[in-house]
Every structure is written in C-alpha cells, then in structure tokens.
Design a protein around this ligand. Structure first.
Ligand SMILES: Nc1nc2c(ncn2[C@@H]2O[C@H](COP(=O)(O)OP(=O)(O)OP(=O)(O)O)[C@@H](O)[C@H]2O)c(=O)[nH]1
Ligand SMILES: [Mg+2]
Length: 149
C-alpha cells in the first residue's frame, strides 16, 4: 500500500481542494529541519510515481500496471534524514493530458503552476522524443529549474 497522502484533490470541475491528510505530512516535519521539495511531472502512464518511489526508496506512491491512470491530483510523502536534519518532500502529480478533462491543456498549466511554486526541483519524466512545445511552456514558470529524464 502506498504510504504517501493526498495533498490536493483536483476535481473534474477544475476546483482544487487541499486535503488535511496531506497537510498533516507537512506539519509533521520538525521545525528545525531544512526542507527540499522534489516533484515528477509529465504525461500519464510514463513512470512518474515509480521514479519517485525509487528516489524515496519506499512505496510512497501508487503505481499501476494497466493503461488506466493512477495518480490524480497531487500526492505527498516525506523522508526525514535525522543525520543531516533535511526533510525531502516528494510530490507526485497527475499526468498531463488526462482524457477525462475537457480542458486538459489549461488543467495541466494550472497544476504546473502550483507545482512550480512548491518545488525546488521538478523532474520532467518522459520517454522517446520530448514535446518541445511543452518544454518551452515549462521554461516560463521554471526558468531552468527543472531536470530532464
Ligand atoms: N520498463 C519500464 N517500466 C516502467 C518504468 N517505470 C515505470 N514503469 C512501469 O510503467 C507503468 C506506469 O508506472 P507509474 O509509475 O504508475 O506511471 P505514472 O506516470 O505515475 O502513471 P499515472 O499516475 O497513471 O500518470 C507501471 O507498470 C510501471 O511498473 C521504467 O523505467 N521502465
Ligand atoms: Mg502516478
């Protein structure tokens, strides 16, 4: 079972709802810890949650083996390193281009805006030839704050 918690529900209407369980994960970080926030974004079913699980070294986020999209909205998990007193916050994000959304492009932009406000590092996870138009759009909010995988 995934150990991460839902931080933001992204309703099909476009409403965003903060979730207490996700906020509780943030509130549980000791006050004297430094915080680094890392997210994975990209198309659906590409391996974003798997990648974050590898980085956190635990089952932070749900992974599916079918074509059905798994991650909806924004999920969060935290690893506390007591030696360095650094909290690494992992943010898992709904994949771009969800066919259930009428306004997928605007929805993706909204999610990207939120993620780029929250994160120190954003991993754009994709495979094959990357979408140049999308990467150009990402440059606007991020500058060159994101990584390519
Ligand atoms: N071959 C291979 N399969 C992978 C890799 N990473 C993930 N997968 C598989 O790809 C499928 C989708 O992985 P997820 O991590 O759920 O992908 P996601 O991008 O989070 O998917 P959504 O949340 O639905 O958008 C799963 O069956 C994974 O086991 C990889 O590096 N190589
Ligand atoms: Mg996922």
């Amino acid at each position: 079972m995934a150990l991460g918690k839902e931080l933001v529900t992204y309703e099909i209407s476009g409403n965003l709802r903060l979730q207490h369980e996700g906020l509780a994960v943030v509130k549980a970080i000791p006050g004297d810890f430094g915080i680094k926030v890392i997210a994975a974004v990209g198309p659906g079913r590409i391996g974003k949650s798997s990648l974050l699980n590898q980085l956190s070294r635990k089952d932070s986020f749900g992974v599916g083996s079918t074509t059905r999209r798994v991650t909806k909205g924004i999920w969060i998990d935290v690893i506390l390193d007591y030696a360095t007193r650094i909290a690494t916050v992992f943010i898992d994000v709904e994949g771009f281009g969800d066919p259930d959304r009428d306004d997928a492009s605007a929805s993706d932009s909204r999610l990207m805006f939120i993620v780029c406000q929250m994160c120190d590092v954003v991993i754009y996870n994709t495979k094959g030839v990357y979408d140049t138009d999308l990467v150009r759009k990402l440059e606007y909010p991020f500058g060159y704050k994101y990584l390519m995988v």
